[in-house]
Design a protein around this ligand. Structure first.
Ligand SMILES: O=P(O)(O)OC[C@H]1O[C@H](O)[C@H](O)[C@@H](O)[C@@H]1O
Length: 521
């Protein structure tokens, strides 16, 4: 990034920008919103509360040109192997190309539709002949967070015959046990969702679930009626004993954190019906078209990415808060933590050189109104300068007087917080002083439905991609997660053989304390 011609100019501009107060930009230009907002049908991105001027924006746009962003967008969409460290394409946009679907994608849509139909029409029956009423998705990371986030958000508009959905991801087993306590084996179906079908977290939970069914079912064929597999690994699904019609596929060119657009989204289709699922893909596809075709200066994904680069590299902000003003987006921050930090949490360039600039924000978040009563204190008066994304919906989710009241209260709070963070306020004493100057975006969507949710997720995906191009890093691999998995297997062996030799003293000490505690009880 540093060798791009506009870099040094941006550094200079950044130094000046740090000296001015964000609120002064509003004093200088009373129509700042018009100049610093961008839109497409269904969404307005207001970035007027960013500490950026027209000149700075122009220079950021130049930086994007110099980094060959257009070329990279073409590579992404044309299926080039942009994930070079795994020798793969990153083809998630092809999964939502409704006008021109790949034959293999279409084929899986049909298989998925057949399964959804069998469950909705109560044809899929368990070992005792009873119809399925509950579906438990067993998966972790990308095989959990996307479907969990989306189905939680859209719960209120599910299709009439949708089964109850449950999500289990944690390998400690307690989450699964809690869920199983509420369910009947006869009417429960498990989706074993794993791109690799080798993840110990998922496979260990799936085995426990299978044993639970086996305690009631007397035949293997009856037991396997209760399991569906979703994976890129057909041989492993077969080995696990999954029935051929219960195996849904996707492909290695779909990254784990981008897999909710593939058959991993089965729970979304079960909840929304195939039509709703397609609306979700359609929303993402509309964002893809916008990203590919709209000039950078009006392109919401490009602008969102560049603003982030400006904040991280030139204004030295490390934190990014995700603040949806809608409780339905309870899991959005968890989902974006993986999307953003697993993608851009990298320390070397594409060619393997160590970077000497920051590459990724530390992202966290919470439903806005609740976060106001928790960590907003730090944003208003702490020593950290952070950036925030406020997410708001224009339409209320109901039309009674109380709906309108709550909706207005919610809008007022969202706008009040972004304004307070921006302007601050001089206090009568230092404890009551609000420095202000905290930057934010507001993403205003028409409403929260499958289509607009698809649009929002694709927006964040593309913003992450834009940032990776500027930083010259590969956002599609995640080698960083491997080391811990390997060491966990080594330690498991040590635990099973009660042997602490060759371990560091911290690990030894903790294991010995655990064993002593276990012996005492
Ligand atoms: O879907 P799976 O192959 O089971 O992988 C589940 C998750 O685990 C890995 O460790 C990666 O960090 C994630 O990117 C992935 O989504």
């Amino acid at each position: 990034m540093k060798q791009l011609p506009s870099y040094s100019k941006l550094e200079e501009l950044g130094l000046q920008a740090k000296k001015r107060h964000l609120a002064s930009l509003f004093n200088d230009d009373t129509d700042r919103f018009t100049e610093f907002s961008a839109k497409l049908p269904g969404l307005v991105l207001d970035y007027s509360k960013q500490n950026v001027t027209q000149e700075e924006r122009k220079t950021l746009l130049n930086l994007a040109e110099e980094a060959n962003l257009s070329e990279w967008i073409n590579k992404l969409f044309s299926g080039e192997k942009v994930n070079h460290t795994e020798d793969r394409a990153a083809g998630h946009t092809a999964l939502r190309d409704l006008k021109n679907p790949k034959p293999e994608v279409k084929n899986e849509w049909s298989k998925m539709e057949a399964l959804v139909d069998r469950i909705h029409t109560k044809q899929l029956r368990g070992f005792s002949g009873k119809a399925i009423t509950d579906v438990v998705n067993i998966g972790v990371g990308g095989s959990d967070l996307g479907p969990l986030m989306v189905t939680h958000a859209l719960k209120g508009v599910r299709t009439p015959h949708a089964p109850e959905l449950h999500f289990v991801s944690t390998l400690d087993g307690k989450q699964l046990q809690r869920v199983l306590k509420t369910l009947s084996a006869e009417t429960t179906l498990f989706i074993v969702a794993s791109k690799s079908f080798t993840t110990i977290d998922t496979l260990s939970l799936a085995k426990t679930a299978k044993e639970w069914i086996e305690a009631y079912s007397t035949t293997e064929s009856g037991t396997m009626q209760h399991f569906i597999g979703v994976s890129t690994n057909a041989p492993m699904m077969k080995e696990w004993g999954l029935l051929p019609e219960h195996q849904l596929l996707f492909w290695d060119w779909v990254g784990g954190r981008f897999s909710l657009w593939s058959t991993i989204g089965l729970t979304i289709a079960l909840q929304q019906g195939m039509q709703g699922y397609m609306a979700f893909l359609q929303g993402a596809n509309e964002m893809d078209e916008h990203f590919r075709n709209v000039p950078f200066e009006d392109n919401v994904a490009v602008l969102l990415g560049l603003i982030s680069v400006w904040n991280i590299n030139f204004l030295n902000l490390a934190g990014q808060a995700i603040l949806p003003y809608d409780s339905r987006l309870k899991y959005l921050a968890s989902y974006l933590e993986q999307l953003v930090m697993e993608s851009n949490g990298k320390h070397v360039t594409r060619s393997g050189e160590k970077v000497d600039y920051r590459t990724c924000p530390i992202l966290w978040g919470e439903v806005g109104p609740n976060a106001q009563h928790a960590f907003y204190q730090l944003m208003h008066q702490g020593t950290e300068r952070v950036m925030a994304d406020f997410i708001l919906y224009a339409q209320a989710h109901g039309n009674t007087e109380r709906h309108t009241f709550h909706h207005n209260l919610n809008i007022a709070n969202c706008l009040a917080q972004s304004r307070a963070l921006m302007v601050g306020q001089k206090g009568e004493n230092p404890h009551k002083d609000y420095p202000g100057g905290q930057v934010s975006n507001t993403l205003l969507f028409d409403k929260l439905d499958a289509k607009h949710l698809g649009m929002m997720i694709a927006l964040y995906e593309h913003s992450v991609f834009v940032q990776s191009v500027i930083w010259d890093i590969n956002p599609f691999d995640q080698w960083g997660v491997e080391l811990g998995k390997k060491i966990a297997m080594e330690i498991l062996e040590k635990i099973e053989s009660k042997d602490t030799s060759n371990l560091d003293s911290s690990t030894q000490g903790i294991l010995e304390t655990i064993w002593n505690t276990q012996n005492e009880n």
